[in-house]
Design a protein around this ligand. Structure first.
Ligand SMILES: *Cc1c(COP(=O)(O)O)cnc(C)c1O
Length: 459
């Protein structure tokens, strides 16, 4: 099962080949590309025959990507920690709503959103990698809510990691803020920036380039381009297929395309499936790229499904790389053109391969609200806006081909204001959210100014 030589290349073809640990700690490749495994490992069909539990599925699915880059037992320990943090024995249970239509619940973790599945794993593996090398790592991340919460929960108390999270003051939901600020851990610094999310991202970029910080140890950022995060999202597609007893069409609520690409990766490893639908909100760059053949940027619009308000889905580059037959030069040309001109048209041959891998549909705010109401009326189920986007798209899929699985990426109580705006009542809080109670919050308010932020981090 384990290949001792798991190797990684960049989608832009100009970075040296490397191993899992280096790809994990770097995040982005030095040529600006995204790391991809040099070859897809093969999963044994026993992984989805229904006998294996989540942990053993995940061991089979993830260990070939690590090879011998980490100490023996590292993945096993990481998965024990991950599953212990979930409050459902199946970890990612599959629930049937009506004949042939299912939701895959990905919100049973410590912050009630699916980002926990990847972040818990990345944190545990990062700890193992740093313990083996004796290095320290400072992780900087800008967040509009979910990523920061998942990162704080995952890295709090990590021995060799300092985590700095920048969120825009008063622009994350109260639940998201409290998930970040009520954690008591000396290695976590929460900064509430007087500005917006773009200011936070700009500050992180500036900090990552700061020599004075680099001198103190490795610097990195946790965002969804990290290969290890993607690897951590492969097992639940295998688990869903096992729970179903056969292949499904997966409908994935999509922002940065990490979740959807993990499903496509699972099929590259041999998992049978009937295809993938990327469901986006009104920020529809991906849907226009697949449906019209032109990938172009427009200004971001704020939606109820805020975690999907993405204009340039970073992991799309991985799909293009695969679709070009792993041609780094061609992939680089596509994304350099996009960066320069804000738009790039696909050749018909490339577009045909992209369309075979994934179809895409955009669901607007009216349809999202209508779907939240429909789910309540029809199935007595309260869903978050991201899940509603997926369900609206899933109900359009022809079920005569086989079952349809919509991924449910967050608990509705994380987005209580939007949901109650439709249904009238606040959703019942998830247990992990109720447990936040009125614990004291720890955060520092700072101007959107690089030297001010630097001063705080240096302390
Ligand atoms: C991040 C997120 C998404 C989008 O996932 P991507 O991997 O970025 O496509 C969907 N739903 C929720 C709740 C999220 O937090």
């Amino acid at each position: 099962m384990t290949t001792s030589s798991a190797r990684y290349v960049s989608t832009r073809g100009q970075a040296p080949e490397t191993d899992f640990t280096d790809a994990l700690l770097r995040g982005i490749a030095p040529d600006g590309g995204l790391y991809m495994p040099t070859a897809w490992p093969t999963l044994s069909p026993s992984a989805w025959d229904g006998a294996a539990d989540y942990k053993s599925i995940a061991l089979q699915a993830i260990s070939p990507f690590i090879g011998d880059a980490l100490p023996a037992g590292a993945l096993d320990r990481a998965l024990d920690r991950l599953t212990a943090g979930f409050d459902h024995p199946a970890v990612t249970p599959l629930v049937e709503l009506e004949p042939g239509l299912f939701v895959l619940e990905l919100f049973h973790g410590p912050t009630a959103a699916f980002k926990d599945l990847a972040m818990q794993l990345v944190a545990a593996l990062t700890d193992e990698a740093l313990a083996a090398s004796g290095e320290r790592l400072t992780i900087l991340t800008a967040t509009s809510g979910d990523t920061g919460a998942a990162a704080v929960r995952a890295f709090a108390g990590a021995k060799s990691v300092d985590l700095v999270v920048l969120h825009p003051q008063d622009r994350v939901s109260p639940v998201q803020r409290r998930q970040m600020t009520t954690v008591e851990a000396d290695n976590v610094l929460n900064l509430a920036v007087r500005g917006d999310f773009d200011d936070c991202q700009r500050l992180v970029k500036g900090l990552l380039a700061e020599e004075s910080l680099r001198e103190r140890g490795r610097l990195s950022s946790v965002n969804s381009i990290n290969w290890a995060r993607l690897a951590g999202q492969i097992p639940y597609y295998v688990s869903a297929t096992a729970q179903l007893g056969g292949p499904a069409t997966f409908v994935v609520p999509t922002g940065n395309f990490g979740d959807a690409f993990a499903g496509i990766a699972a099929t590259k490893m041999g998992l049978p499936s009937n295809g993938f639908v990327a469901a986006v909100n009104q920020n529809d760059a991906l849907a226009r790229a697949i449906n019209d053949g032109v990938y172009s940027r427009r200004p971001a619009v704020e939606s109820g499904s805020v975690s999907m308000d993405v204009q340039a889905p970073s992991n799309f580059e991985r799909l293009v790389y695969e679709a070009t037959g792993r041609d780094g030069d061609r992939t680089r040309a596509v994304f350099e053109t996009f960066a320069r001109d804000g738009a790039v048209a696909f050749d018909p041959d490339l577009l045909a391969v992209l369309r075979a891998a994934v179809s895409a549909v955009s669901i607007d705010e009216m349809e999202t609200r209508a779907e939240i109401a429909h789910a309540q009326e029809t199935w007595g189920r309260v869903v978050c806006p991201h899940t509603a986007v997926a369900l609206a798209a899933a109900r359009r899929v022809d079920r005569s081909k086989g079952p349809v699985v919509a991924l449910s990426t967050a608990h509705p109580s994380k987005f209580g204001a939007f949901v109650s705006g439709v249904l009238g009542d606040e959703p019942e809080p998830a247990p992990v959210i109720a447990a936040l109670g009125d614990k004291p919050e720890r955060m520092t308010v700072v101007e959107a100014d690089l030297s001010a932020v630097l001063g705080l981090i240096a302390r």
